[in-house]
Design a protein around this ligand. Structure first.
Ligand SMILES: [Zn+2]
Length: 111
């Protein structure tokens, strides 16, 4: 017996509790942009389970302190493996640095 693999990423609609169908949508969940489905009849939204899992992992890592290192003339910020995996970051990947204000620097990930 083998478990059947189901790829819910391709589901355009899912049945809603109200009996109608919820359409694929981009949702905002606790300041995070996540994949999911939203019912236009009753307004209920369903978060993609993979994104929900990622967010709970991210929240556990939130506030993690990392030390700045040096390579040649540059300062290097190490991203812990657990966090890199959640963001699908790999060596050689380009990210964008966006200064938010004088105390905050955002790292924007492409894709
Ligand atoms: Zn509904």
């Amino acid at each position: 017996m083998s478990a059947k693999q189901v790829n819910i990423d391709k589901w355009e609609k899912i049945p809603c509790e109200c009996g109608k169908m919820a359409d694929k949508a981009s949702l905002t969940y606790r300041n995070y942009q996540v994949r999911g489905w939203k019912c236009h009849k009753c307004g209920k939204s369903y978060i993609h389970p993979a994104d929900s899992l990622k967010i709970s992992k991210l929240e556990k890592l939130s506030g993690m302190k990392v030390k700045i290192g040096v390579v040649g003339q540059s300062l290097v910020l190490r991203i812990p493996k657990s966090m890199a995996e959640l963001y699908d970051l790999e060596k050689g990947e380009l990210v964008e640095l966006v200064p938010e204000d004088l105390k905050r620097l955002e790292i924007k990930i492409k894709g």
